[in-house]
Design a protein around this ligand. Structure first.
Ligand code: AMP
Ligand code: ZN
Length: 495
């Protein structure tokens, strides 16, 4: 099968050819566990999941690895002057506050490992709710940076030996970018451009002892850091970029990966530096295909805590959003376009998912584990669109055109949609998700109130039944009373 993928490295779509026939080895830059991951992060992770599921659908074995960055790193402000604060330390302070208010169950927020483990669990719960297959493969396929410092030190030693890295007087180890002529190929930020000032990011670290302002940190000697390890260059901690080189090559067991993904902000400096480190150490290409997701915006704007348009998965589930609907919303825009998250969009996604669910109504929700064999026209159209650099709009367009044409779905139609759902992952209703319980009123409490409404109506006490209905409405639960009985559902809210 001919699969075309847009490769950031070559700036064009290319035919996918794996290193090993039939196998895809893929690495996704994963979450930093200093906080709950937001829906922008999850856009990147859902994309990686859909990519994996598509390759599996057409018969590949996919070895997917997504890391967990649990080493603390400094905030970007004032680092050159020795300022800044460790992000894991800040996360601990926030958790301490949350613990006082009784909203975070963490026994010791002063311990950075506990803080990391708290947010890792939160990530896994959110990831499972969004049906990310990788969340079920933790810890085998989701390596932790803190468990791979030995491998990082190994790569740094090789880089020093090969003269790609040097040690400064104060024990910092830097990558010497001038020794790697390909630096800048991925991002376009070549050294001549960086010399003339391509932006502040190259100055992200302490600059003393650097040969070139664009050189980046591999190891920082700092015995006072909250997370520290012994190394040939003194007690300290690794730079951020080296983590991914080490975890990718070690966990996948190869020097050259097929696919490496991340959000568009990862292109520079993170992935540019990963290439320099990995290829500098092995002399081989690091990844053949680089794929990057454009950012998610909220109502057309960049998401930020100060603007109040910042959403985590758990926020939205607590507001009654079905996790599968959120997944659908996050996957339905092409990954190389910005996606705009809106309430209207979520409502449209709810309708789309409802439409698919009513199509297979009555059929059991078993997941399909077979291999695509071009069974039906709709599957062929779906695969053809997805094989074109994951053209999800065309793929979904084909599915809905077909759904609208089929009057009464026969069992083979139901089976076809279920097979397609092996990629989409939205048919199973959220009721089956137990990973993240919605906040506020519980299902059991709602059921009790619904029974009270029924009793009141049997006694023709409509004032009472209306009052309970209003009460539920205020708690975010919509109650529908009809001749057939009383139905309820949680309302979606974005405010
Ligand atoms: P971080 O935890 O900040 O390292 O981010 C994890 C992943 O989410 C990275 O691949 C980022 O590029 C990606 N990411 C961060 N913000 C957004 C956003 N608004 N939209 C899409 N992806 C994002
Ligand atoms: Zn990374």
């Amino acid at each position: 099968m001919d699969i075309q993928l847009y490769n950031t490295l070559s700036h064009r779509a290319e035919r996918f050819e794996p290193v090993t026939a039939g196998v895809v080895r893929m690495y996704n830059c994963g979450p930093t566990v200093y906080d709950y991951a937001h829906i922008g992060n999850f856009r990147a992770f859902v994309f990686a999941d859909v990519l994996r599921r598509f390759f599996e659908f057409v018969g590949y074995e996919v070895q997917q690895v997504m890391n967990i960055t649990d080493v603390g790193h400094m905030t970007e402000d004032n680092v050159a002057d020795g300022g800044g604060q460790d992000k894991m330390e800040l996360a601990g302070q926030r958790l301490k506050e949350a613990k006082k208010q009784g909203v975070a169950n963490v026994s010791n927020p002063d311990d950075p490992y506990e803080v990391a483990s708290y947010f890792t669990e939160a990530f896994l719960a959110d990831g499972k709710a969004l049906r990310l297959k990788i969340a079920d493969e933790h810890p085998q396929r989701m390596p932790h940076a803190t468990a791979h410092v030995t491998q990082m030190i190994g790569i740094i030693e090789r880089l020093i030996e090969a003269n790609h890295a040097y040690v400064t007087d104060d024990g910092a180890v830097y990558y010497d970018v001038a020794t790697f002529p390909e630096y800048g190929r991925l991002s376009g930020n070549t050294l001549d451009k960086l010399h003339t000032g391509a932006g502040g990011r190259v100055n992200e670290e302490h600059t003393a002892g650097k040969r070139n302002p664009a050189d980046f940190l591999l190891w920082k000697h700092d015995a006072s850091h909250i997370m520290k390890w012994d190394s040939p260059w003194g007690v300290g901690y690794p730079g951020w970029h080296i983590e991914c080189s080490a975890m990718a090559m070690h966990t996948l067991g190869v020097d050259t990966l097929d696919i490496h993904t991340g959000g568009e902000d990862n292109i520079f400096p993170h992935h540019e530096c990963e290439i320099a480190q990995s290829s500098g150490a092995t002399g081989k290409p690091f990844a053949n295909y680089w794929m990057h997701t454009r950012f998610l915006l909220v109502e057309g704007e960049k998401m930020s805590k100060s603007k109040g348009n910042f959403y985590t998965v758990r926020d939205l589930l607590a507001r009654g959003v079905d996790a599968a609907v959120l997944r659908y919303e996050l996957l339905r825009t092409h990954y190389r376009s910005n996606m705009n998250f809106t309430l209207k969009g979520l409502e449209d996604s709810q309708k789309a998912v409802n439409r698919m669910r009513s199509f297979i109504e009555g059929a059991s929700h078993g997941s399909w584990g077979g291999v695509y064999s071009g069974q039906s026209d709709v599957e062929r159209a779906f695969v053809e669109a997805m094989a074109d650099d994951l053209n999800i709009s065309a793929a979904l367009g084909a599915v809905f055109k077909w759904i609208n044409e089929v009057d009464t779905p026969a069992s083979e139609d139901v089976a076809a949609l279920q097979r397609i759902d092996a990629v989409l992952g939205v048919l199973t209703p959220a009721e089956a998700d137990t990973s993240v319980a919605p906040a506020g009123i519980s299902d059991e409490e709602i059921e009790v109130k619904v029974r009270q409404i029924q009793q009141a109506r049997e006694l023709k006490d409509y004032a009472k039944s209306d009052a309970i209905r209003d009460e539920l409405n205020d708690a975010g639960v919509e109650v529908q009373i009809s001749r057939d009985g009383v139905n309820w559902r949680r309302k979606m809210r974005l405010d």
